[in-house]
Write a protein that binds this ligand. Structure first.
Ligand SMILES: Nc1ncnc2c1ncn2[C@@H]1O[C@H](COP(=O)(O)OP(=O)(O)O)[C@@H](O)[C@H]1O
Ligand SMILES: [Mg+2]
Length: 356
């Protein structure tokens, strides 16, 4: 110990923020920057050191479609409140006209038809997911590049003072809310920097450190050209999400498959129906569900169509039951999957799927 005293480690956080970080990593592939800044912000909220009179955190997530911007926020809701729906989500595209803004804040008294327009953004709505332990709200303004001017004004007020004034002059306090905004602005510019790989699907190459920094700058510059400067002054952090490469998309598929496995467990009356997929089956799902333009956005749909629907038929027609081992391979013909019932787990019986 020198004159300055015991040197402290300021990168360590408390166990609750650590648990959140761990939980987010289990649900979200990559996007470390986003996970880290959310955990740090949560830590500030818990210790009460955040600056008063404004939201807990104002975050802008930039990046291409289908790389997890919305998913991260849902994952925070799942981790903290046990449900992906425990977030107040405002799809900015739905509020293009002034009468649609009235749906959010209600119309002023005396205004024609004001009785019918209840504010969708009242204090009760904002606080509806609070628990005895955690009095914090999550708010997501999704795809803000589609927001109208009046929605912008409303948003700027919230980011600055943490206060929203409703049509009837009641105030909504956002000082216990974490605010997330997403936009794919700059994604087109960002993607021109990444060389798409030819061949399997059309995945982007995993970018290196220098490229990541350039991507961030390019994305941010595009956003700065479109959004007003006072908006940027009110942000705590801008996170540039990266397009998912082939390895990341495979991990997202594995995440989706483990969710299917959980659903099967519940549907088969608690007796585990065990799925094993061959590499060829996974390749087919990846090819059908992912691409350069939409990232992993259609992966879940491909899994539903090619895997879950057939499984549901097999269960309903009594060809498989809880407790069975089901091996899934790519069908010989056409873009579909083939299902096989096996006496023992495929991982033991089938050498080729052992690595799957
Ligand atoms: N990084 C990721 N980790 C886990 N799942 C992801 C990731 N990126 C995309 N997904 C999957 O793709 C879907 C669409 O992602 P989403 O977050 O809605 O994309 P966007 O970036 O356009 O908001 C998610 O629901 C999830 O199933
Ligand atoms: Mg989104």
């Amino acid at each position: 110990m020198g004159q300055a005293g015991l040197k402290l480690d300021m990168t360590r956080t408390g166990w609750e923020a650590e648990a959140l970080e761990r939980n987010l990593r289990r649900r979200v592939v990559g996007q470390e920057d986003a996970i880290r800044c959310i955990a740090e912000c949560y830590q500030m909220f818990l210790t009460g050191l955040r600056s008063p009179g404004r939201p807990v955190g104002n975050f802008l997530f930039l990046g291409p479609t289908g790389c997890g911007k919305t998913r991260v926020v849902e994952a925070v809701a799942e981790s903290l409140f046990g449900s992906a729906r425990a977030v107040l989500k405002i799809d900015c595209a739905e509020f293009q006209h002034s009468h649609e803004i009235a749906k959010l804040i209600g119309s002023p008294p005396g205004y024609l038809g004001h009785r019918e327009t209840h504010a969708a953004l009242s204090q009760e709505v904002l606080d509806q997911f609070h628990t005895a332990k955690l009095k914090m709200s999550l708010v997501l303004f999704d795809e803000i590049e589609k927001a109208s001017d009046s929605l912008w004004n409303l948003l700027l007020g919230i980011l600055d003072k943490g206060i929203l004034t409703l049509g009837d002059n009641r105030k909504v306090d956002f000082s216990s809310a974490m605010i997330f905004m997403t936009s794919n602005l700059g994604a087109a510019e960002m993607s021109t920097l990444i060389r798409p790989k030819v061949g399997f699907g059309s995945f982007a190459e995993r970018p290196d450190e220098r490229l990541v920094r350039r991507l961030r700058t390019v994305g941010e510059e595009a956003a700065r050209r479109k959004f007003p400067p006072e908006f940027f002054n009110r942000l705590d952090k801008i996170v540039a999400f990266q397009a998912l490469g082939e390895a990341e998309l495979r991990s997202v598929l594995d995440l989706e498959l483990s969710l299917v496995q959980e659903r099967l467990l519940a549907a088969a009356g608690g007796r585990p129906l065990v799925l094993t997929l061959s590499d060829a089956a996974k390749d087919l799902l990846l090819r059908e569900g992912t691409d350069l333009r939409y990232g992993a956005r259609h992966l879940r749909r491909a899994v539903e169509r090619l895997l879950v629907q057939p499984l549901s038929n097999l269960l309903a027609s009594g060809q498989i039951y809880g407790g069975d081992f089901v091996f899934v391979d790519r069908a010989q013909e056409g873009d579909s999957l083939a299902f096989f019932k096996q006496p023992t787990p495929a991982a033991i019986q089938e050498p080729r799927s052992a690595a799957a």
